[in-house]
Design a protein around this ligand. Structure first.
Ligand code: COA
Length: 227
């Protein structure tokens, strides 16, 4: 078997495999709250540039997806549904100033070999080329499931941020340069973590404000949710 990993943008033929990947990577989320095959087919028609797929031997083993949106940092509490709009991410606004990461997932058999990092590198490269301000996301806290009877989600988050606890998702995201800005209640439907998520941000160090203002007058005042 050739284990080389290649990366490409979303295409309709990936849809069935990506649905299966969703079910495998998010076993505690109700299937109806995950992207469907049909969602992927639709997203391939208008979001392909923002969605990266990792392939090995023709098999989709990883995906990093997102939309562009404006974001109100003065009022940062949000749920995933409020940001994306629906399963097909119709809230995508091509002029939005941030890339909002809707999902990053790697098949369990292929984790810890750099695929997640490569997907983040592709997202950051896209954000730099598009001159967006950065990447925003709500992050799963899978490690909290083990501790939720013992401590609050905030106490757990604090311990992960300080390095006392390791969380397979958040620790990885912090190592990718994401800053933890807070905690999001009822972010999504995962009963093992009571729906808590981290609120994480990566600011694009190469963002050129003047160029953005020329292209989109008023760009500096658009840090509000969605379109
Ligand atoms: C989070 C997730 C996407 C990471 O994907 P991944 O492919 O394992 O990511 P990487 O391999 O790049 O990095 C993961 C860790 O393995 C380490 N690693 C990378 N290559 C490695 C190698 N060759 N040998 C040993 N360790 C390695 C990385 O340093 C990183 O360590 P850290 O957690 O201490 O930072 C994956 O765990 C996943 O799909 N989780 C479930 C879904 C999920 O929670 N998604 C996030 C939703 S917000």
């Amino acid at each position: 078997m050739n284990n080389q990993i290649t990366y490409t943008n979303l295409r309709p033929e990936h849809a069935a495999q990506l649905r299966q990947l969703q079910l495998t990577c998010f076993p505690n989320v109700s299937p109806e709250n995950l992207f469907t095959e049909d969602d992927f087919v639709h997203m391939s028609t208008y979001l392909a540039d923002l969605i990266f797929v990792a392939l090995t031997d023709g098999l989709a083993v990883g995906m990093g997806s997102g939309i562009y949106c404006n974001f109100n940092f003065a009022n940062p509490l949000h749920t995933l549904d409020e940001i994306v709009g629906d399963g097909r991410c119709r809230n995508h606004n091509p002029n939005g100033s941030y890339y909002y990461g809707t999902d990053i997932s790697v098949h369990p058999n292929y984790r810890r070999r750099g695929i997640g990092s490569a997907l983040y590198a592709l997202r950051k490269d896209l954000v730099r080329r598009a001159n967006k301000r950065g990447i925003v996301a709500g992050g799963e806290l899978p490690g909290y499931a083990k501790y939720r009877s013992q401590m609050s989600a905030f106490a757990y988050l604090t311990k992960v941020v300080s390095g006392e606890f390791y969380d397979p998702t958040l620790t990885f995201q912090m190592s990718q340069g994401f800053e933890v800005r807070g905690l999001l209640p009822n972010y999504f439907h995962d009963k093992t973590t009571d729906g808590w998520a981290s609120f994480i941000v990566w600011e694009n160090p190469d963002y050129r404000k003047e160029q953005d203002e020329q292209k989109r007058p008023g760009a500096d005042s658009d840090r509000k949710h969605s379109s």
